[in-house]
Design a binder for this molecule. Structure first.
Ligand code: T3D
Length: 261
């Protein structure tokens, strides 16, 4: 059985984490398959949006802890190897993908599973889903970008509470706190996320990629630097076919037909 399921329709590459009996916890195989899927999303011009979700009752429980030998006498584990080889490249790849990523959090998202969801562009969660920074429960530090995303999304006070206490945050509170885009009823999660991803896939892909770049660069930039970046990215966007189409469609009072070019 593959650790992920991949399908492509209407410009959307749907990737489903597929270790439901393990709450879709990460193992090296899942990391490798996910990396290949993200490379495909990047390389294939027919793919204009990505949808990430999980099979079964969980979105992802983070690292598969059964893979770590912590028995008495076992050698110390250098976790920087796993973080450097798998989790950091994954968070970077998600952030750098020049196409929109919708994450449909179908159930609990814990540890790296929670933070990988936060690395996506639009996070939708089922009403029954939850987010857990479970790292402190096992003596670890939030990873996969958690210490970067959390304070920026919800402020340091709430980030600290989530990280120190490792308690479940309901999807509704996650939406109220500004951690995610939207909560939807469980039965509407996949249909809603698919509709959203298809709408994005029919949009001005180049412009979306550039706006991701601008927004994600913003927290590290001064206003001056950000204004310069906006100027440069707008220059690039203005050279796109989709910009010409967008303006023409507006002037002609018709719906635009974007090609992602
Ligand atoms: O090692 C490195 O590479 C470093 C990088 C680390 C990145 C990380 O993600 S560290 C954090 C790892 N994840 C966790 O600590 C989460 C552990 N899981 C939980 O806290 C809970 O299971 C959940 C909050 C996710 C869900 O709770 P609940 O009550 O809905 O389910 P449960 O009963 O706890 O779990 C169901 C089964 O899944 C259970 O197995 P069993 O008893 O039915 O055979 C449980 O052991 C298993 N499971 C859940 N999470 C993991 C897991 N098995 C392995 N690894 C897991 N992460």
């Amino acid at each position: 059985m593959s650790a992920i399921l991949v399908s492509q329709e209407a410009g959307v590459l749907t990737v489903t984490l597929n270790r439901p009996e393990k709450l879709n916890a990460f193992n090296p195989e899942m990391h490798r398959e996910l990396r290949r899927a993200l490379e495909r999303a990047d390389d294939d011009a027919e793919v204009r949006a990505l949808l990430l979700t999980g099979a079964g009752r969980a979105f992802c429980a983070g690292q598969d802890l059964a893979e770590r030998d912590v028995s008495p006498g076992a050698a110390p584990i250098d976790l920087s190897v796993s973080i450097g080889s798998y989790y950091n490249p994954l968070a970077r790849r998600l952030r750098a993908l020049p196409k929109p990523i919708v994450c449909a959090v179908n159930g609990v998202a814990a540890g790296a599973g929670a933070n990988i969801a936060l690395a996506c562009d639009l996070v939708l969660a089922a009403r029954s889903a939850s987010f857990v920074q479970s790292f402190s429960k096992i003596g670890l530090v939030p990873d996969s970008g958690g210490t970067y995303f959390l304070p920026r999304l919800v402020g340091t006070a709430r980030a600290m509470g989530l990280a120190l206490l490792g308690e479940k945050l309901s999807a509704e509170d996650a939406e109220r706190w500004g951690l995610i885009w939207k909560v939807v009823d469980d039965e509407n999660l996949l249909p809603g996320a698919t509709t959203l991803a298809r709408a994005l896939a029919a949009g001005p892909t180049k412009g979306y990629g550039l706006l991701k770049k601008a927004l994600y660069a913003s927290p590290g930039n001064s206003l001056d630097a950000q204004l310069d970046l906006e100027r440069d990215l707008q220059r690039e966007a203005g050279f796109s076919e989709d910009y010409r189409e967008g303006v023409s469609a507006f002037m002609q009072k018709r719906a635009p037909r974007f090609k992602g070019k």
